[in-house]
Design a protein around this ligand. Structure first.
Ligand SMILES: [Zn+2]
Length: 286
């Protein structure tokens, strides 16, 4: 079974593994609504996932030690989907890639019962190939390049937060979009990064096939590696087309994930401060 954030009812919430987030956060983010807990079969350690199906915000927690151990195994695994700041996958030549993708798209059109030669579709395979290459161009980028020269020494020790950054990515299970907002905060430790670079880092990872949980974590880890701050907090709220247009077809559902590092991981007060700041502008608006 293909699973992901769209799957429901596989994990039963219990009093021990589900707790309602601090009332202040809930009040700001999702005023009222019924509980609807979604499963998160591939939830990475270090990030907590909450899903509001026009509903209440809940936090799913597994055993902390077990989660931490799983996280360490994953980080050291060759299959790890870590940030890989230097990772950059070369693509075949443009012509060769385009031809392969165009041919594949013609096949797909035939399989769904279309005629790839009819007037309206003649250029569609090429357009689709170019669009998909654009939407996955993060494979050809790395954070070192996009942040190069934009990290500065600065004696600022309070939270820096850029909120409501538009994010567009493709779900790796269905290759259909999920879109929403990402909020990135960090507490510097002698170095700051150009603000626009936070959005660029998010794009490097968003323009790949993703799951929202991994994307959230990768952005947090990339900022840790780039700025070496005292702490990083990344939160995302997205609507997944694979959930809206197919499967359970829940149009109003959105998925919330966050990833905390450093002092945000150890200090719930810092996390609350972060949530209060982003809530003032309304996470529900995305
Ligand atoms: Zn999907």
């Amino acid at each position: 079974m293909i699973t992901g954030v769209t799957t429901t009812d596989t994990i039963k919430p219990t009093p021990t593994n589900v707790k309602v987030l601090k009332e202040s956060v809930v009040r700001h983010l999702v005023p009222k609504a019924p509980l609807n807990l979604h499963t998160d079969m591939h939830k990475p350690a270090g990030s907590q996932t909450t899903t509001s199906d026009s509903g209440i915000l809940v936090e799913v927690q597994s055993d902390h030690q077990e989660e931490k151990a799983r996280h360490e195994r994953k980080r050291s695994s060759p299959e790890s989907h870590g940030t890989q700041l230097s990772a950059k996958k070369p693509r075949e030549s443009d012509d060769e890639t385009l031809k392969k993708m165009t041919d594949a798209c013609k096949t797909i059109l035939e399989c769904i019962g279309e005629d790839p030669d009819r007037e309206g579709l003649q250029k569609t395979p090429t357009r689709w190939a170019k669009a998909l290459l654009f939407m996955t161009q993060g494979y050809c980028e790395n954070c070192k390049e996009v942040t190069n020269g934009a990290v500065f020494s600065e004696d600022h020790n309070e939270m820096v937060l850029v909120r409501n950054i538009d994010i567009h990515s493709l779900c790796e299970h269905h290759m259909v979009p999920f879109t929403g907002k990402i909020h990135i905060g960090y507490i510097p430790n002698g170095k700051v990064i150009g603000l626009s670079k936070l959005a660029r880092i998010a794009e490097v990872f968003a323009r790949r096939l993703q799951v929202q949980e991994r994307l959230t974590r990768q952005v947090a880890e990339a900022i840790v590696e780039t700025v070496e701050p005292l702490g990083v907090m990344v939160a995302m709220e997205c609507s997944h087309m694979c959930m809206v247009m197919r499967g359970v077809e829940k149009v109003g559902a959105s998925t919330f994930t966050y990833s905390a590092r450093g002092c945000f991981e150890s200090d719930s007060g810092k996390r609350t401060e972060f949530f209060n700041i982003i809530a003032n502008n309304g996470m529900r608006s995305c």
